[in-house]
Design a protein. Sequence first.
Length: 255
Amino acid sequence: MAPRMPHTSSATPSATARSVQRSHRLSFLLTARWIALTLICLLALPGFKALSDWQWRRLHERQAFNASVQANMDAPVADFGTLVPLGAQPDPGLTWRTVRACGTWQPTGQVMVRRKSLAATAGFWVATPLASDGRNLIVVRGWIAAGESSQDTPAVEAPPSDPVCITARLRIAAQRTRAEPTDLPPGQVDQLEPGYYAELVTSGPDSAVGLTPWPAPELTESPHRSYAVQWLIFALMTMIGWGVLVRGEIGRAHV
């Protein structure tokens, strides 16, 4: 019998050799430059996720706000004196309800609320008290464009002197957060006094001659959804980009 030849190793590297070779190829990841780059990517990922979550929360808040506004605007028209008892504190839950009120305009208390833009045009609200149910309800009868200068007060046709009945969207003017300007022309204000006011919808007789009706709110979701997805895409691009850079570095090491 012929003697058995001793076993010799093949040309293919052993598993251990391959492991050592792979470790050597990735050793660049332990350099200062790559440690810094990897840390930046690792820190960016949770940041992108947090920003995406924030936009989702804003979207949900916007959807809830829109639903609340739409529900109030769709509710049956209510008598202002019944819906809001005399002396009652403003209730945010009543905002955007459509109310009915009858009374007489008080033009001596009319003010022009400045810095109210409509269709990208600067202008004023024309806000006139309506004496109804033993109190004055401030009603934004409409909008008028501003003059050439902020010191110019546009001429506005007076409201009817006869009794009127109106429907209007109920709003609440916020508390003042900054000092009241002292250099405004007579009849102009920078904001309404805190409390209820209303945006005119209909009136009989017509109480908004020469004025542009102030529009109902446009209920949109804003770009929160696309922003939320955008931040997730940034996170995905970060991971892919890191992998592409690693692959490129390995390729250069074999050139």
